[in-house]
Write a protein that binds this ligand. Structure first.
Ligand SMILES: [Fe+2]
Length: 339
């Protein structure tokens, strides 16, 4: 039984030496930037006070924010952890509990923030497919410009030991596994985890914990945009602004979302996505092979496969060591069976 069940991701927090450079990127990425109390905040169109924070300092990822359902839940969590509930000194106010996960990532659980009404988006374009004609006597007339980021959807953390981190996050926040990813049968390297909202649908993943070679930290944070057209317009805009593309456009296998990854000026990777899967607490977890992580249903192959980005240092050794472990396990089992 988890201490509390979080409702969603709230924000990601970074530090960077040049807030103006970050602000320029947020503008191009379609997050609405504003400054308050010496920090740079980024807002979506969902009315929440912020989903991206940058404070002055060396370029690094600092924390992921999660949203508790109530102040009472925050108090339960704080009591269980032996820490205090603090007032949240940020736009929207509210309260916060600050924790540190097993890898030293900051985890900021918030509740009671004041929201604005959601911003109005342009009316959705009706689509005509072969069987269903929805748009009659009307044209498509899209306005060029940045995508419209509506909300933050998930964060991907690279961890030292997947099972340790999985237990830490599940015990405290009630995450459910949507897809566990295996390097080989019974050798897990991570899991896509969603919030437990009971009968209410939740994004296929709010958190993905991955045990991969290379330094630990944030692999990427992902933001839901208004629609597929919006995502493509955003792609075109970021390209015209000569921002650094990381991977996309394509449709993922796990989560099914259409994705488009970009790098901010400090090397942090941010994703635009749309049309992802939603599940309730009743949907069972799946086991998926590692290949499904970087393969696509359609679209751009991962840059590593396309030869545009070399494999991370240690990947070959990592995979090789997993297979050695498996081989030893298999030979022990075989000996055990024949004895
Ligand atoms: Fe993602």
């Amino acid at each position: 039984m988890a201490v509390i069940r979080v409702d969603d991701i709230a924000h990601v927090r970074f530090s960077a030496p040049d807030l103006a450079a970050m602000r320029g990127f947020l503008d191009d990425f379609g997050i609405i930037p504003f400054e308050s109390g010496g920090r740079l905040y980024g807002k979506g169109r969902d009315g929440r006070p912020f989903l991206h924070v940058t404070q002055p300092g060396p370029a690094r990822f600092l924390a992921v924010g999660l949203r508790a359902r109530s102040l009472a839940d925050l108090e339960t969590l704080a009591a269980s952890e032996g820490v205090a509930v603090e007032p949240l000194d940020a736009p929207g106010g509210g309260h916060i509990v600050r924790l540190t996960d097993p890898d030293g990532h900051g985890v900021e659980i918030v509740a009671g923030q004041a929201n604005d009404p959601p911003a109005l988006l342009a009316p959705a374009v009706l689509h005509n497919d072969a069987e269903t004609k929805q748009r009659l006597r009307a044209v498509v007339a899209l306005a060029p410009g940045p995508a419209h980021v509506c909300r933050i959807g998930h964060a991907v953390l690279k961890v030292r030991d997947f099972r340790t981190s999985e237990a830490w996050y599940k015990q405290r926040f009630g995450f459910l596994t949507s897809d566990e990813v295996e390097a080989a049968p019974d050798v897990p390297l991570g899991a896509f985890m969603r919030c437990d909202r009971g009968d209410l649908p939740a994004d296929h993943h709010t958190l993905f914990l991955a045990q991969l070679p290379g330094p630990i930290g944030l692999l990427h944070a992902a933001f839901e945009v208004a629609s597929l057209d919006d995502l493509m317009l955003g792609h075109q805009h970021l390209k015209a602004r000569q921002r650094e593309a990381a991977w996309g456009v394509g449709r993922h296998i796990m989560g099914s979302q259409v994705f488009d990854y970009w790098k901010d000026p400090f090397g942090n990777e941010l994703e635009h996505w749309t049309d992802g899967d939603l599940f309730t607490a009743a949907d069972p977890p799946r086991r998926m092979p590692m290949q499904a992580l970087l393969a696509v249903q359609w679209g751009a192959p991962h840059p590593m496969f396309a030869g545009k980005r070399p494999p991370p240092p240690g990947l070959v050794a990592f995979v090789f060591s997993l297979f050695l472990r498996l081989k030893r396990l298999f030979s022990r089992q075989t000996k055990g069976m024949s004895a």
